[in-house]
Design a protein around this ligand. Structure first.
Ligand SMILES: Cc1cc2nc3c(=O)[nH]c(=O)nc-3n(C[C@H](O)[C@H](O)[C@H](O)COP(=O)(O)OP(=O)(O)OC[C@H]3O[C@@H](n4cnc5c(N)ncnc54)[C@H](O)[C@@H]3O)c2cc1C
Ligand code: FES
Length: 256
């Protein structure tokens, strides 16, 4: 696993929705090797533990990455207070990313809430061959739908309360999509319950599926055991490290 640690400049800051921020960070050596589904471990002033945030988009030409995060606690609140030109200490790219098939294959990318950001870089690979199913609680929480649109992906936007897009969960939209046409692969990131429903549908239709798990993390590089999660391989259960063995797993290997 090759990664870099350094202080990198925030070159663009945007407020996407209430308590949700989008940073573009200049870090050419990270952008050069970062893959869809990997994450950045961010050091925030005043906090000893780093915070894991998915890489939302990589721009190799301009040497930047994008991270999109929601304020959840004190750490992400302090991160949101950083402004353009601030240097932030990042270790990245960490973890194993999604397996990308040939871009002519049909892919479905599914994100729930703050699980949506890592799906942008995946959809960028498949563009018009991607269906992006993204779900949020309500219209005021919707983020990144225009990014998927501009990549040429077919966007199915869902909100729990029906205030934007179709009313209901992403799993309902996925069932509808799969009744119409099959797909070569499904990628998903979001709450465990959502992932469970997606894995059931992927199994029903016999479609390869990869999920990204978000567990609490300490070191981010496999040294502390904080991120252990139960997985199964060749019929045997074992504990994997989400930071090092994941965050992306084959859906057949995860126990949720
Ligand atoms: C691989 C991965 C990718 C992630 N990608 C994103 C993303 O793109 N955007 C985003 O908004 N959030 C993402 N998260 C969740 C994000 O890491 C937490 O929201 C954040 O760490 C909360 O920190 P805090 O200080 O605000 O909260 P606090 O609750 O005060 O955090 C205390 C400690 O718990 C850890 N922690 C708390 N919640 C989580 C969580 N859900 N997952 C992992 N660690 C947690 C923190 O890192 C910190 O060490 C990701 C998590 C993982 C593991
Ligand atoms: S976070 Fe330390 S082992 Fe994964």
């Amino acid at each position: 696993m090759k990664y870099t640690q350094g202080n990198y400049r925030i070159v663009k800051k945007e407020n996407l929705a209430k308590n949700c921020y989008d940073f573009t960070i200049a870090c050419p050596e990270i952008a050069e090797i970062a893959q869809a589904g990997q994450f950045a471990h961010v050091k925030i002033n005043g906090f000893s533990l780093r915070r894991p945030i998915s890489i939302c988009e990589v721009d190799k030409e301009n040497g930047t990455i994008r991270i999109v995060f929601e304020i959840r606690g004190e750490g992400t609140k302090a991160l949101a207070d950083c402004n353009e030109n601030t240097l932030i200490d990042i270790i990245a790219p960490l973890g194993n990313g999604f397996t990308l098939l040939d871009s002519s294959k049909k892919a479905i990318v599914i994100g729930g809430g703050i699980g949506v950001p890592p799906m942008v870089e995946v959809a960028k690979h498949y563009r018009k061959n991607a269906t992006a199913i993204i779900g949020f609680r309500s219209a005021n929480a919707v983020i990144l739908n225009e990014d998927f649109d501009s990549l040429g992906a077919n966007v199915m936007l869902c909100t729990d309360d029906g205030t934007m897009g179709q009313k209901g969960y992403v799993t309902t939209a996925l069932a509808t999509r799969l009744e119409q046409e099959t797909a070569d692969i499904i990628y998903a990131c979001g709450p465990h319950l959502m992932l469970k429903g997606i894995i059931e549908l992927a199994n029903k239709y016999n479609i390869r599926c990869e999920v990204s798990l978000e567990e609490r993390m300490g070191c981010g590089v496999g040294a502390c055991l904080v991120c252990a999660c139960k997985t199964v391989k060749d019929g045997k259960e074992y504990f994997a490290h989400v930071c090092k063995d994941g965050p992306v797993f084959d859906s057949k290997e995860v126990i949720l």
